[in-house]
Each structure stands twice: as C-alpha cells, then as structure tokens.
Design a binder for this molecule. Structure first.
Ligand code: CP
Ligand code: NVA
Length: 320
C-alpha cells in the first residue's frame, strides 16, 4: 500500500485515492469557472508571484506544457528542471526536495517509481503533484472525468469501457469512477488486471462490486458511453514490447470494435497513442474521437488543481 502521509496544511495530489468525492467536484467547479473565464478573455491572475517547478524522469508533451501554460495563464511562473539539476544523482532525493521546496510553491513530478513522489512530498514542504508514476496518473484521470462530464452534461449513468492494459492511467481512472459513481467495465487480459489489493481499495472507495472485468472487448463496449484505451507498453516497459504486442493484439480499438459500441459513445485516449497498435487511425481520427478536447482539458483541470491545492478556491468562486 502506498502511503500518502503529508505535512499539515500542505495539500498534495499524489493519487485520486487521496481525494474525497466533494474535493473532486470542487476541483471540477474551479475548472469550469477558470475555463469559462478564459473563453471570455477574462484575466485570472490568482497565482501571481507563485512558482511551479517541473521535475520529469520520463518524457512528456501534455503534462509538461499544459502545466507550464496553465500557470502562466494564472499569472505565475514555471521552471522546468533539466537533467543537470541531478535529481537522484547529485545529492540525496530528500535533500533535493527539502531545498527545492524553499524556492517554489508547487512541484510536479513525473517519476518511474511512485515511492519517489511520495517521499518527495513528505520532505518538500510545498504542494507536490504527481505528473505520472508507474502506479498512477491522477491529473489524467481527473481531466478525463471532467471531459466526460462536459461532453455528456453529467457523469450520472455513464459507462466507461476500458480496453487494454490495467496500467497507471487505468488505476487512476478507476479510482475516479469509484469516487464519482461511474460504471467501469474492463476488457483486460489476465496477468494485466488490477491486483486484489487495488480492487479492494476501489471497493472501499465506492465501487462496491469492483470493476466489471470481461475477456471480450466486444462485450465491454456494447454498453459504453466511453471507449477508452492506452498504450500496450507504458514508459519503462519497453523490454516487454514484443510480448505485450502479442498479448494485447485482440484488444485493438478499431472500426470493427467501435461498431459494437452505441452510436453516441465517444473514443478517448490519454495519448501519446501508438497508432496501429492499441488504436487505428480511423478510430482516433474518426467522428467519435474526443482525444484532442481531452488533451486540452488537461490544462484546464490542472489550473483547477493548482488553485485548489493552494487554497485559492474561495478567492476565485466568491461572487461567481
Ligand atoms: N497523457 C500524458 O500524460 O501525456 P504526456 O506523456 O505527453 O505528458
Ligand atoms: N500508460 C502510459 C501513459 C502515458 C501518458 C505510460 O505510463 O507510458
């Protein structure tokens, strides 16, 4: 079990587990307000004078740029820390966290190991956001659920069919579904499903029957409002690429599979996509795909997360 111990009065976002349903709804409310104001061209300098550091052990387009653009829109500044800062190499990670937290208000970390992010949060003395680990991708899941609510007008009655690997993105999305009462059906091959321990965490969080797991992707998508997939080989698993291609081949989201999903269903993918593997061009570029809106909402939701973490929701929402 991953510990999430935090210093008093400092909020972190390390997993969706750590958020209550009301806190998720509050982040969505802040996001809606910020997104609407941006659409109207209204300046929102709520993070003026605040500094965000980004520390990435793996590559990123969406997470990095959406955080940097997001804090700039809110009047703050970002610092992308390159390899020369020597995280994990030049000094102890605890010393690194303690010192970095003296300079900045927020740190986004993308790390191979989830424990790296947990330890960092325990020592940084500022708010820490998980920008993806082997275990979780909470910013992605929150943006995904926000996107689904925005698209359909409500999360109530929606069913997500997850087709593919039971990975970091799937775990966080499932936890969000548990907290917000969204039905989740997973077509995931055995050996790539959630651990018993994680299923029991989902049950405790509100997914009383656990995720419904099926062998056949067709069965999963038949009742779906959302068909969601992610890469078969996540960053850090490259040595398993060939084996995963073999195992996941029957789980490709292609036009045939989408033909079994309801017409009004949408296709989602956290991206980057490996076209021709987990999804075909005709699906990701097709009329049901909302992947670009989904990626755009990463920025809006992360603006909401930053405002919430720094306890500025009241300042934004009073009078709205
Ligand atoms: N979806 C996502 O996190 O994308 P990046 O790896 O580009 O940040
Ligand atoms: N599961 C993927 C998500 C990338 C955003 C990975 O970890 O590489």
């Amino acid at each position: 079990m991953h510990s999430n111990s935090i210093k008093p009065r400092i909020r972190h976002l390390l997993t969706v587990e750590s958020l209550s349903p009301d806190e998720i709804r509050m982040i969505f409310r802040i996001t809606r307000e910020l997104k609407a104001r941006r659409a109207q061209g209204i300046a929102c300098p709520f993070l003026a004078g605040r500094v965000l550091a980004l520390l990435f052990e793996k590559p990123s387009l969406r997470t990095r740029v959406s955080f940097e653009a997001g804090i700039a829109q809110l009047g703050g500044t970002s610092l992308y820390l390159g390899a020369e800062t020597g995280f994990g190499k030049r000094e102890s990670s605890v010393d690194f966290a303690r010192v970095l937290g003296q300079y900045v208000d927020l740190v986004v970390i993308r790390a191979f190991s989830h424990e790296t992010v947990v330890t960092f949060a325990q020592h940084a003395g500022c708010s820490v956001i998980n920008g993806l680990t082997d275990h979780a991708h909470p910013c992605q899941a929150l943006a995904d659920l926000y996107t689904i609510e925005e698209h359909f007008g409500t999360l109530e009655g929606q069913t997500i069919a997850w087709v593919g690997d039971g990975n970091n993105v799937a775990r966080s999305l499932a936890m969000g579904c548990a907290k917000l009462g969204v039905r989740l059906i997973m077509a995931t091959p055995s050996g790539y499903r959630f651990s018993e321990q994680y299923v029991s965490q989902l049950r405790q969080a509100g997914m009383t029957a656990g995720p419904e797991v099926v062998d056949d992707p067709v069965e999963a998508v038949r009742q779906a409002s959302v068909v969601y997939t992610d890469v078969w080989t996540s960053m850090g698993q490259e040595a398993e690429t060939e084996e995963r291609r073999r195992v996941f081949a029957p789980y490709q989201v292609n036009s045939r599979l989408m033909s079994f999903a309801p017409k009004q269903s949408v296709f989602m993918h956290c991206m980057p996509a490996h076209r021709g593997e987990e999804v075909t061009d005709e699906v990701i570029d097709g009329p049901q795909s909302i992947v670009v809106i989904q990626a755009a909402n990463r920025m809006h939701v992360q603006k909401g997360i930053m405002v919430w973490l720094l306890n500025l929701a009241d300042a934004l929402l009073s009078g709205s």
